[in-house]
Design a protein around this ligand. Structure first.
Ligand SMILES: Nc1ncnc2c1ncn2[C@@H]1O[C@H](COP(=O)(O)OP(=O)(O)OP(=O)(O)O)[C@@H](O)[C@H]1O
Length: 310
């Protein structure tokens, strides 16, 4: 129902979005996964008609939205990364304002407000001023505002960055319910691999403005089907040892995080003898060794040599 064709956005010396072709089918939940600066927000700004592409096109049911941006705006509910609410007003007043912008009034408007505050779990607090809400509650009302005009497609730009775990879970559950139970089409961007794994059927992985991989979660993980991920926990951080271990024969990618080192190796690689030998040389204690099936985070590491959250 919605697609981008070789979408490109150039700023002075940066190509923020580079030849990106995405497809979003009705009822699907699609993830756009990439680190900070990958170009996700810029792509969303163009899809939602807030920014003109340098080249390429965005199509809604086959028709270019560059000519008819109004059609797209009616269909889309966009939850931006930044909170877009009036702080001095209550949640209820904010929702009333957004509802009126979309032409709702009277009983219909009140019914819709009742529905969206219930949806985000804030019905009993709707009369409080937005400035007194926690960051997570503000995000939930942000989602409620995007839902006021009964959009067919919901686009969310990193909606859980910096919020408390309770609001995060609530948001994720709400989006999941909207997609699975109400058939809402969802485009969800994040640099949190676990969120995309939980919510999305299909995933585009972006880096430096380009789509570097696309597929169902299973297809993407199949990129690593003949590899395994070994997570080694140490008693503390040993930068020199970690660098040394990353060079062991067979290790294809390595990423260190605090006391742990993650290695991607071909299945069946005999690693333990070398691991313990080197650890002993550096006086390091191996606390735990865990062999895992690859995650989308590992796929990203394999494709780019970097971690998603570098
Ligand atoms: N208005 C602008 N002018 C110049 N450069 C920009 C502009 N907007 C974005 N960029 C650059 O384009 C690139 C992509 O940015 P974008 O915000 O789309 O990435 P992102 O994947 O959404 O990351 P984040 O999660 O940090 O928002 C970055 O290098 C950014 O600095």
């Amino acid at each position: 129902m919605l697609e981008t064709e070789q979408l490109t956005k150039k700023f002075k010396d940066t190509i923020a979005v580079d030849d990106v072709s995405l497809v979003l089918r009705q009822g699907e939940s699609v993830g756009l996964l990439g680190p900070n600066g990958a170009g996700k927000s810029t792509a969303i700004a163009m899809i939602s008609t807030l920014m003109k592409p340098s080249s390429g096109d965005v199509r809604l049911n086959g028709e270019s939205v560059l000519k008819k941006p109004g059609d797209m705006r009616r269909v889309l509910g966009v939850v931006p990364q930044k909170i877009a609410l009036y702080e001095e007003l209550s949640a209820y007043e904010n929702l009333k304002f957004f509802g009126r912008l979309y032409g709702l009034s009277g009983k219909k408007l009140e019914q819709r407000i009742d529905y969206v505050v219930e949806l985000v779990g804030l019905a009993d607090r709707k009369k409080e001023l937005v400035k007194n809400y926690s960051g997570g509650m503000q995000r939930r009302i942000n989602l409620a505002a995007a839902m006021m005009h009964e959009p067919e497609v919901l686009i969310m730009d990193e909606p859980t960055v910096g919020i408390d775990p309770q609001s995060r879970n609530h948001l994720l559950e709400t989006i999941r319910k909207l997609n699975r139970e109400e058939g809402m089409t969802v485009l969800y961007t994040s640099h949190y691999m676990e969120e995309v794994e939980k919510l999305c059927d299909r995933v585009y992985i972006m880096d430096h403005g380009k789509v570097i991989a696309e597929g169902t979660k299973e297809e993407l993980k199949a990129i690593l089907s003949d590899q395994e991920t070994v997570l080694i926990d140490f008693d503390q951080n040993y930068p020199e040892l970690f660098a040394k271990l990353s060079e062991i024969e067979g290790v294809q990618h390595a990423a260190a995080e605090e006391h742990s080192l993650k290695l991607i190796i071909p299945k069946g690689t005999r690693l333990l003898a070398a691991l313990f030998h080197e650890a002993e040389r550096y006086g390091a204690q191996v606390v735990n060794v865990n062999v895992q099936t690859p995650t989308l985070e590992d796929v990203f590491l394999r494709l780019t040599g970097r971690k998603l959250r570098d």
